[in-house]
Design a protein. Structure first.
Length: 102
């Protein structure tokens, strides 16, 4: 059993919640729309956004990161920027040598 603070547990709570957690999220209304899966990025990735900013969450191994972009651009432009940045981060995480996270 993983510790509650383990990144994998946090990821599961964010994007694969059990029924109890789904109810808690509904009450908090943390997100303006359901998270949308993003194919081909890290081990798993999700996009969420609204009219003002967007957030891309990317799981890679036992770690995850988020990239957020705001501004007057359209949501599709913000998402494209976030995905471009995330691909660069994933490439660095996959590259041999010193780790970005440790």
């Amino acid at each position: 059993q993983a510790e509650p603070s383990h990144p994998g547990v946090q990821w599961a709570e964010l994007f694969h919640p059990d029924e109890k957690e789904k109810e808690k999220q509904k009450k908090k209304k943390r997100q303006s729309q359901p998270a949308q899966p993003v194919a081909g990025l890290g081990d798993e990735a999700f996009w969420t956004g609204d009219g003002y900013f967007g957030v891309l969450y990317v799981l890679k191994g036992d770690d995850y990161f988020r990239i957020s972009v705001g501004g007057p651009q359209s949501e599709s432009e913000r998402r494209k920027k976030c995905e471009t940045l995330a691909r660069r981060v994933v490439e660095r995480l996959d590259a041999p040598g010193p780790s970005l996270t440790r």
